[in-house]
Write a protein that binds this ligand. Sequence first.
Ligand SMILES: [Zn+2]
Length: 498
Amino acid sequence: MKRIGMLRIAQESNALAPVLSEVEDFAHDREGDDLLQATRPGQTEVIGFMKDAELSGFCRAVRERPGFEIVPLFSVWAFPAGPLSHRALATFRERLRRALDAAGPLDGLFVSLHGAMVGEEGSRPETVLLDDLRDLLGPDLPIAASIDLHAHLTPDFVDPLTLIVAYRTNPHRDHADTGYRAGRLLLDVMQGELRPRVAWRHLPMVMGGGNTLDFLNPMRRVFRRMAELERHPRVASVSLCMSHLWLDAPDLGWSTYVVTHDDPELAERIAEELADLAWSVRFELPPEFPDPLTAIDQARAARLRRRLGTVCMADASDLVGAGAPGDNTRLLGALLDHARDMRCLAAIRDTPTAQALYDERIGSTQRFTVGGRYPGSSPALELTGRVLARSVHPAFGRRVALDVGHVQLVVSEKAPLVAKPSFYRELGLHPSRADITMVKVFFPFRLFFALHNRLSIYAKTEGPTDLDAALRVAFDRPTHPRDFVESWRPADRARRQG
Ligand SMILES: [Zn+2]
């Protein structure tokens, strides 16, 4: 039996968010036999979040092929948030060393990473961990990684890995499938059936928003071409990474990554072709988001749609789904001041206020403050409201619902990832009865609210998930769309050589 280690250390970072991520923020944390059980068919791999993710997919690939034994190390995963603290990285490094010690000799390793994790002071924790893996496992042991489509590929991330497979859906729906595909290729390598030859390209472009969905143009034709390229008998895998925007990395950009069966020339050719194709869509930028007053006017004008269903308003400058802390008071303030004729549902993070209000009597009227807790965060708001309900959630901590006039507000202890109607319903609030429902993710709410949502509005104020904040980074090369860039090739050559 050949022994394959199985590992996950994953989080998407927002380098502009003012709160560090600590070990305690990794709500998903499983290891050993418990982890192995969790990846079995019918079991839930990431409780409260996802039934089958990368490790379940990887295990399925292994179970299909006799002669391999899975050695479960550990799996930790956190919601997107601020940079990983030095302390947390040190803890994970030590845990990795101990887990590999205990595992005994391995013949291969599967690791699920995000690829866009940032540490304190702009460090890249994933490259430190990959360096550790190579130190501990030697230069030749096959290591396959699954990564997020928003990964930021750099030489020190690419080089330690035997092969990489990225998600190819956005919003992401193929976690398990990506683990499965990476797992099968790893088994092929271990059986000597695949001699992987890797090539990749870097593109000096930073783009996000509504134009990077896999099932809509302009990206649909790019992903279709990738599927065509993979039909070639010597092509093992083709990936495109549309890097996360808020990494504060001077070398940020998209990348293409190709694995072939022992054909370096073909790998280079396809990585190049796909880079040209991805570069060709760069001028198809998404429309700018309205300011809060315009957004509120748009909701007001949608009278019939408000009556027939929900109008979701995404707090585009405070997207918890993209790592913002969820404490921005600007859109909430605008709803309080300028949407008095409409019923609104809103959410905000304020740790001390949520903790204090949690112990207050239901029905009592309270004066409280939200926001303004971190350096550079939005102004604090002084509010008065009646306590309606409270609950404790595994990820959002203590939550208190309050009636603040025309706004029903949920104050949460931890970042409120408002993506589903259940975020409000669990506290007795009903999006179907509201005129405006605030959400704190970029896209997934469209899936979860699909049945009732009649209009989606993205309101921009000022915060760590703004495109202009991403473009204020000190890039080391001209970067599209901040700069006019004639060709992607000079930046690719410079940055890929490290
Ligand atoms: Zn992603």
